[in-house]
Write a protein that binds this ligand. Structure first.
Ligand SMILES: Nc1ncnc2c1ncn2[C@@H]1O[C@H](COP(=O)(O)OP(=O)(O)OP(=O)(O)O)[C@@H](O)[C@H]1O
Ligand SMILES: [Mg+2]
Length: 336
């Protein structure tokens, strides 16, 4: 058994929870993190957005002391992630992208084991285990073997486990993929509450754009480099595009618009979306086609459009996650 981890340092907590300075990482000579620099204030939520392979998990692995950086430095809650690993780990709760539960143990035993590793006293361990199981609504399954859990149930248990030792900082690598919308919402509400009440700092990677919308800061990473950082509002106003959504009256109108505006994109079966950042061009279009449209609506910039305009790519197809959620929900429903 690992010896108990030391207590968190006494005295006021640092105002900066996570500090990353010119951090680099490479695999076989290929750079996957390229001088990443970040400062994350305590008690804030920070979302890391990037396409597959951007380097998000590599960054989280370095911050959680699982991988050494190849250049630069980083600290969490004031502890250097290379020189003060044990201290750094004490302040962190981590939900990994891939499940790290012990399949052969029950939900309760998984929590017990984690509490033991963190040197928690038996009474506190029991109290906290019950509290976090209730949070993710797994009380009825506390003695069930994890192997029998659905993907969504496993995710909920992992989040519970990460919160067991009351960390100052929580890392969540794609934590809600495969969860139904209701569970996602409940988890984010609770995390927000913890953030406000206990100044928990939350660093998350997610492909669910609506989860990123509520983050204090969004950081877009591509090919191991930070390409934009700011509040969702700032990013949208700087990099987002405004679109005009229209529904042409008939096929002839649709064809005529597409002939005149090759930049128009099909929207569903009958609609078209046109870039609308150029006001004069949009006015000219509306004057010419107003009588041949049945619907006209402006779409303000979204984070999807920010992501697209900065990376030239769309976020991973989210249908997979939603299908997982349906499967998980079906299995849960079957057991209740
Ligand atoms: N152990 C490894 N050995 C070799 N290459 C690796 C290893 N781990 C990651 N990589 C590579 O490093 C790059 C960044 O990977 P990483 O897992 O950090 O990306 P990510 O942004 O988390 O992607 P995803 O959204 O798919 O989870 C990828 O090109 C990946 O193939
Ligand atoms: Mg990843």
């Amino acid at each position: 058994m690992t010896s108990p981890l030391p207590e968190a340092p006494q005295g006021p907590l640092p105002a900066i929870a996570i500090s990353v300075e010119k951090l680099s990482a490479a695999y076989g000579g290929r750079t996957v993190l390229d001088e990443v620099t970040l400062q994350i204030p305590r008690g804030t939520s920070f979302a890391l957005l990037g396409p597959n392979g951007a380097g998000k998990t590599t960054l989280l692995n370095i911050l959680s002391t699982l991988r050494r950086p190849d250049g630069g430095s980083a600290s969490v809650a004031g502890a250097d992630v290379v020189r003060q690993q044990t201290l750094a780990r004490r302040s962190l709760g981590v939900v990994f992208q891939d499940s790290s539960l012990d399949d052969r143990l029950s939900a309760w035993e998984n929590l017990e084991f984690h509490g033991l590793v963190y040197g928690m006293a038996p009474k506190l361990r029991r109290e906290r285990s019950a509290a976090v199981l209730a949070l993710v609504e797994l009380e009825d399954w506390r003695d069930d073997i994890v192997r029998s859990f659905s993907g969504g149930m496993r995710r909920r248990l992992e989040i519970a486990r990460a919160l067991l030792h009351e960390p100052q900082i929580l890392f969540l690598d794609e934590p809600t993929v495969g969860l139904d919308a209701q569970t996602r919402l409940r988890i984010w509400r609770y995390l927000d509450e913890m953030r406000r009440e206990r100044q928990l700092t939350v660093l998350t990677t997610t492909h669910y754009i609506e989860e990123v919308e509520s983050a204090d800061t969004v950081c877009i990473i591509d090919h191991g480099r930070i390409i934009a950082e700011g509040s969702p509002e700032v990013l949208k106003s700087r990099h987002g595009s405004r679109w005009l959504h229209v529904v042409p009256r008939d096929q002839a109108a649709l064809d005529a618009i597409r002939a005149q505006r090759p930049d128009a994109q099909l929207l569903g079966q009958h609609g078209l979306a046109l870039p609308a950042d150029d006001g004069a061009m949009t006015d000219a279009f509306l004057t010419a086609f107003r009588d041949r449209l049945t619907e006209v609506r402006f779409q303000d910039p979204t984070l999807e459009s920010v992501f697209l305009s900065l990376t030239g790519r769309q976020l991973r197809d989210r249908a997979d996650g939603d299908r997982d959620a349906e499967r998980a929900a079906g299995r849960r429903g079957g057991r209740r």
